[in-house]
Design a protein. Structure first.
Length: 276
């Protein structure tokens, strides 16, 4: 479980929740923590659906950055006791260099909300021993039409794990994207290149390709695949000069007044981990 603060509003999220920030500054106020060794925590099954096997371990989440392709994201992280509210102006959202689309904003989708239910993929070209379902994570509009997001999934054999809707998935929306990114959250997925060559990805694997370069053709049982489609609006994002990037980096001094180096895991208070 995690608790985040976005511009003074608190959001409690757990396994399967999706957040789109469209903002520079946010605070992580709380996270669950496990005292197991890092190697043991890494064995926690990844899932987009809350289940007993995913609970009780260290909180971990996947974070994807959409940014100037010449810039490697390097966020500054400080502990909550280093934040002085009276000296923390919320200036980043309105800064001229922020350059987010005018209709972009914060988005939160709960995994059990009606718009997050998995819909059957009718007439699917994706082969599978069990029915294939799709969850639209709803990020196209709040991203300013920069990216779409879907989770393609199957149930475990003989079980019904995915919360489902009776309506059919929108195949046209699923096909959007000039550049497509697939990440296997759990299970296995089979792909075919435009040349006809086949390859398989397993849990944790990622592939990025042009729209027609690869095709998802098969998924195994109890499989969850994240698909992000980057839209044409990405071409309209400003390409910052080195001077402009330095100006953005300089904002940290106005927003964050103190920072410290986190101790090793074996020292001091436990800290959260980001696994991507």
């Amino acid at each position: 479980m995690f608790t985040f603060d976005y511009d003074g509003r608190f959001y409690n999220v757990g396994p399967g929740a999706v957040m789109l920030q469209s903002a520079i500054v946010h605070r992580q106020l709380f996270y669950t923590w496990s005292g197991l060794a890092t190697e043991e925590n890494l064995k926690t099954p990844q899932t987009v659906v809350p289940d007993a096997m995913s609970m009780g371990y260290s909180g971990k989440f996947l974070e994807a950055f959409i940014t100037d392709p010449l810039t490697f994201p390097n966020p500054t992280i400080v502990g909550p006791d280093q934040i002085n509210e009276s000296e923390t102006p919320r200036i980043a959202w309105t800064h001229a260099m922020h350059d987010r689309p005018t209709d972009a904003g914060f988005w939160l989708q709960d995994p059990l909300a009606l718009d997050a239910l998995f819909k059957p993929l009718a007439d699917s070209q994706i082969k599978s021993a069990t029915p294939v379902y799709v969850r639209d994570i709803g990020i196209e509009a709040p991203s300013g039409h920069l990216v779409t997001g879907h989770i393609i999934a199957t149930d475990p054999a003989g079980k019904s794990l995915l919360p489902k809707s009776s309506s059919v998935a929108d195949a046209a929306s699923l096909a959007k994207g000039e550049v497509v990114i697939y990440r296997v959250i759990r299970g296995t997925a089979e792909f075919k290149e435009s040349s006809g060559k086949m390859f398989e990805l397993v849990t944790g694997d990622v592939v990025t390709a042009g729209k027609t370069s690869i095709e998802l053709i098969g998924v195994g049982e109890n499989t969850q695949v994240l698909r992000l489609g980057l839209l044409k609006g990405m071409n309209d994002l400003r390409s910052w000069t080195p001077t402009q990037r330095d100006e953005i980096d300089g904002l940290a001094g106005q927003i964050i007044t103190q920072k410290s180096i986190r101790p090793l895991r074996t020292e001091g208070k436990p800290v959260g981990y980001l696994y991507a």
